[in-house]
Design a protein around this ligand. Structure first.
Ligand code: HEM
Length: 184
């Protein structure tokens, strides 16, 4: 009997696609929010907002697919050489990343629904989030929550990347390869 040493191809593809999108979203979000803060609402700011909303909403949809793919495909077992504490910490961090990758875009979507500012690329509107009323003060609170969640997410992602690189270049224990491409 062979045991899978890598995540399913679907999980790996979604992992790297979502990673790329989030790496774009965070700096774009910080830059556009900074421009809005100083009331600089020119074409560039509007374009950054439109892309941020479109990519952020895509991340939400991709995360829903990812959860389903992960639930079906499971995850490969950790090597026995890994200490129990390390596997528990890694699993907890991964669950937290999943949670934030769903709750952060949900908060952004709720905020633009309440504002309302649903317009995105090409003049298309995102759907309004059901049950969220149009209310400026609610939107302000939701934007603050969205921004804070995004910064916590960014900090955890830095830790996650650091751990992955340690496994790849220092421990060389095959953990990084679980999410990389190649034959099983
Ligand atoms: C994983 C997904 C997402 C990440 C990582 C993310 C990240 C960020 C970051 C870092 C900021 C800047 C916060 C600040 O400096 O105050 C921001 C702001 C913003 N985000 Fe997102 N975002 C995501 C999804 C979304 C979605 C789905 C929407 C709406 C459909 C959205 C709409 C906005 C808006 C309108 C702002 C500006 C808030 C303001 O002007 O105060 N974001 N986001």
């Amino acid at each position: 009997m062979t045991t899978n040493t890598r995540y399913s191809i679907g999980s790996r593809f979604l992992h790297w696609l979502i990673a790329l999108l989030v790496l774009v979203l965070v700096p774009v979000g910080i830059i556009m929010a900074g421009r809005a803060e100083i009331n600089l609402f020119d074409d560039l700011t509007n374009t950054l907002y439109a892309w941020h909303k479109a990519i952020g909403f895509s991340v939400l949809l991709l995360m829903i697919i990812r959860v389903v793919v992960r639930a079906q495909g499971g995850s490969p077992p950790y090597p026995r050489s890994l200490a129990r504490g390390q596997t528990v910490a890694a699993t907890a961090l991964h669950h937290l990343l999943y949670l934030l990758l769903i709750v952060t875009p949900l908060a952004g979507w709720a905020a633009v629904t309440a504002f309302p500012a649903l317009i995105t690329l090409g003049g298309y509107n995102l759907p309004a989030m059901p049950l969220v009323p149009q209310d400026q003060s609610l939107a302000t609170r939701l934007f603050a929550i969205h921004g804070s969640l995004a910064l916590v997410l960014a900090a955890l992602i830095i830790g996650h990347i650091g751990a992955a690189l340690l496994h790849r270049f220092v421990s060389k224990d095959g953990i990084f390869e679980r999410m990389w491409f190649g034959r099983n």
